[in-house]
Design a protein around this ligand. Structure first.
Ligand code: NAP
Length: 256
């Protein structure tokens, strides 16, 4: 299988690339940090990993990568839209430019790959897109207005695209992650060098998150949740008001 992954330089995307290649698949990964991609390439040490430096919010960079991908005849079987920004936009006050940038990466940057590959998928009558979403799509964050809104927008767009392409053998799947121990997480404790030293019991491992994504790619399901415990609890608690949930979230935050 050929798999295209955005945000392959770190966290879940990086681990997903490693697991897919170990299972015999070919991966094309993109991210902005060349050093990290180069490091991953040497760690993997196989021609099955190809990569491009690309900011997914930059439409000309997306077009350039699409040309590179086509030149190498790499038509993906699955496209994992994993790259995302998770930044504070409400401190000291709401900043609209940050909100806009987060949407450019998390929503438009993700959907630009759908536009890039959809015609080839339709011609081949096969293919799948996986949106890496979050349980944040269901709840607001008191410091970040943009991140939950962007995940809700991406997930809803995928639900629409799923309906549109239902008869074309093209699948739009959504992975809802709860807290995962990656560089993005606020639910892990780090030492002065930034190394993770502790994580809450409800926080999933990066390896497990990548395995959950592979299971979703290989299954006929359209939606999956990981880790089971925290995402199930999260969904059960949805009937509580946002203000109550915000208090619980503040208590669980480890990067205070
Ligand atoms: N960790 C969690 O608790 C958690 C929970 C729910 C959902 N998720 C979702 O899981 C996905 C992966 O996150 P992660 O936890 O693995 O975080 P991470 O380690 O910070 O990885 C984020 C990846 O996105 C890439 N990226 C960010 N902006 C980009 C841009 N403009 N263009 C191209 N690539 C870009 C980063 O690469 P460069 O910096 O090199 O560009 C990096 O490879 C995200 O969609 C996130 O929202 C994570």
């Amino acid at each position: 299988m050929n798999v295209f992954i955005t945000g392959a330089s770190s966290g879940i995307g990086r681990e997903l690339a490693k697991q897919l290649i170990a299972a015999g698949h070919t991966v094309w990964g993109i991210a902005r940090r060349e050093k990290e991609l180069k490091g991953l390439s040497s760690e993997i040490g196989s021609d099955a990993f190809l990569y491009s430096v690309c900011d997914t919010s930059d439409t000309s960079a997306v077009s350039r990568v699409l040309q590179e991908v086509k030149k190498k005849n790499f038509l993906p079987d699955a496209v994992v839209l994993n790259a995302a920004a998770f930044v504070i936009d409400c401190e000291p006050h709401y900043d609209n430019s940050v909100f806009e940038q987060v949407f450019k990466i998390n929503v438009f940057g993700a959907l630009s790959w759908v536009e890039a590959f959809i015609a080839d998928f339709a011609a081949r009558k096969a293919g799948q897109f996986i949106a890496v979403s979050s349980t944040s799509a269901f709840r607001p964050d008191w410091q970040r207005a943009s991140y939950p809104a962007s995940k809700a927008a991406l997930s809803m767009a995928f639900r629409g695209l799923k309906l549109r392409y239902a008869g074309d053998n093209i699948f739009f799947k959504i992975m809802y992650f709860g807290p995962i121990a990656t560089p993005m997480s606020i639910h892990v404790k780090r030492n002065e060098e930034g190394k993770m030293v502790a994580k809450g019991f409800y926080v999933g491992k990066t390896e497990g998150a990548a395995r959950a994504l592979i299971r979703l790619i290989e299954s006929k399901r359209n939606v999956a949740y990981y880790p089971l415990f925290s995402t199930a609890l999260f969904r059960i608690l949805l009937f509580f008001p946002d203000s109550f949930f915000a208090v619980i979230s503040k208590l669980l935050k480890k990067d205070r």
